[in-house]
Design a protein around this ligand. Structure first.
Ligand code: HEC
Ligand code: HEC
Ligand code: HEC
Ligand code: HEC
Ligand code: HEC
Ligand code: HEC
Length: 262
């Protein structure tokens, strides 16, 4: 149903382009991108405001240099959705969640004087450290960093765990997801690239079925709505904007000139 609906819109848009209209317009509503030093930054405020302290700033780029996603989203059990994890000050002091590292040894601890390093309500907190990423391979948007290349070339060596050793399961199958639309280059999903950052259960079975073509509604519209690939791509991993060819390598898209496909 949904696919048919998009299909009709595309045909209408194609007609418009053929008439020389809509030439510079974008076909989908692409997510608006924050500045590179703010991409992936969040303010956690599930309890803070209510408890009379400021919201907590957290930056993905500053942490992912040293830790993979699986350290936090598998071992330390943070959810991949803002304000859904029941983090409390007591748990932190007990050594869970942020406190697994913010214990006064690995990183600054939960002591007086440190409270507002986290509880500052400032989404750009720590931005002066962003320049430390300037030696990493560039990307056109997101954090402006090609994290895949940075990891493969060992310019960063993030840990997969902080408590008990986690050995990532090796699974290297590359999935080619053919489009139901004629003439659209398929999307590729490389398990090996993702496996260096993520654990199987970060995606299976909640985001994706563990059988090819079993995931329903896996289409661009839902991805741009932060579902499926868009759970990460658009929030923390490189966004769809201008990056069509990173997922659809054979798409005849000219690169960084717009977000239409040709
Ligand atoms: C390493 C970061 C960090 C530091 C340092 C920190 N906190 Fe928190 N704190 C958090 C996070 C994350 C939450 C959960 C936020 C939410 O859900 O709104 C939280 C929640 C809270 C809450 C509300 C929930 C609850 O458990 O009552 C209070 C109050 C709080 N912290 C007080 C403090 C005080 C006081 C200090 C300093 C002694 C401090 N925090 C230091 C990260 C930190
Ligand atoms: C040092 C810990 C840490 C690391 C490393 C980390 N994250 Fe997170 N992430 C968090 C926390 C904390 C939250 C907020 C959880 C909450 O509020 O319930 C979060 C939230 C998210 C969200 C939701 C953001 C939003 O705007 O709604 C996504 C998506 C995400 N992480 C993806 C990733 C990916 C992909 C990686 C690896 C490249 C990664 N994270 C690495 C701690 C981490
Ligand atoms: C896996 C380890 C780890 C976890 C989990 C972790 N941090 Fe950190 N964090 C670090 C390290 C290491 C640093 C840099 C060292 C330092 O500043 O003491 C850091 C630095 C910070 C800073 C300073 C500014 C910056 O971004 O560099 C803030 C703020 C911060 N963390 C907030 C948090 C909050 C909030 C949480 C939990 C939601 C959290 N961290 C969870 C390891 C961690
Ligand atoms: C993070 C990976 C990713 C990025 C980046 C990406 N796509 Fe997709 N795209 C997919 C997946 C997965 C599908 C669903 C499978 C398929 O149809 O090939 C898809 C489907 C499509 C389709 C088929 C129709 C539909 O909605 O299912 C078109 C057309 C398309 N993408 C165009 C684009 C364009 C244009 C860009 C750049 C603005 C882009 N894609 C960026 C992953 C991506
Ligand atoms: C970042 C997300 C992600 C991670 C992490 C991930 N997968 Fe997948 N996996 C996918 C997607 C997307 C598909 C295709 C689903 C579809 O087409 O409906 C898939 C499909 C599969 C399939 C079916 C393959 C086929 O040919 O039918 C298997 C088996 C699988 N994954 C195993 C794993 C294992 C084992 C791990 C951990 C080592 C893992 N996956 C980690 C996203 C992920
Ligand atoms: C759970 C988070 C998550 C999900 C879901 C996810 N990815 Fe990724 N993906 C990442 C991270 C992290 C990277 C590393 C690059 C970065 O962070 O910018 C990555 C990298 C990639 C790369 C490698 C690009 C390169 O330059 O080599 C491709 C291709 C890709 N993703 C496609 C997809 C597609 C297609 C889907 C959906 C079928 C998907 N991803 C779903 C987190 C995710």
């Amino acid at each position: 149903m949904k696919r048919n609906y998009i299909y009709i819109i595309l045909i209408l848009l194609l007609a418009a382009v053929n008439q020389g209209q809509a030439a510079d317009s974008v076909w989908w509503k692409l997510p608006e991108l924050p500045a590179p030093e703010l991409y992936g930054n969040i303010l956690i405020d599930r309890e803070s405001s209510r408890a009379g302290v400021k919201a907590v700033s957290f930056s993905h780029w500053s942490h992912r240099v040293n830790y993979t996603c699986m350290t936090c989203h598998f071992e330390l059990e943070f959810n991949m959705m803002l304000n859904t994890t029941a983090i409390t000050e007591e748990q932190n002091r007990y050594g869970r969640y942020c406190g697994a590292c913010h214990n006064g040894k690995t990183a600054f601890g939960h002591t007086k004087g440190n409270c507002d390093k986290c509880h500052n309500g400032d989404i750009s907190y720590g931005k002066e450290k962003f320049s430390t990423l300037s030696g990493l391979p560039p990307a056109i948007n997101g954090n402006g960093v090609d994290w895949v290349k940075a990891l493969n070339d060992e310019m960063i060596k993030p840990e997969n765990y902080v408590l008990d050793e986690i050995r990532p399961i090796k699974f290297e199958r590359e999935i080619v997801i053919e489009s139901p639309w004629a003439g659209i280059a398929p999307a590729i999903f490389p398990h090996d690239t993702h496996g260096k950052w993520l654990y199987c259960s970060n995606c299976h079975p909640e985001i994706f079925q563990i059988r090819q073509y079993a995931t329903e509604d896996l289409a661009m519209e839902s991805i741009l709505d932060f579902e499926f690939c868009g759970v990460c791509h658009g929030r923390v991993a490189f966004p769809p904007n201008d990056n069509c060819k990173r997922c659809h390598p054979d798409m005849k898209h000219p690169g960084k000139v717009g977000n239409k496909m040709h």
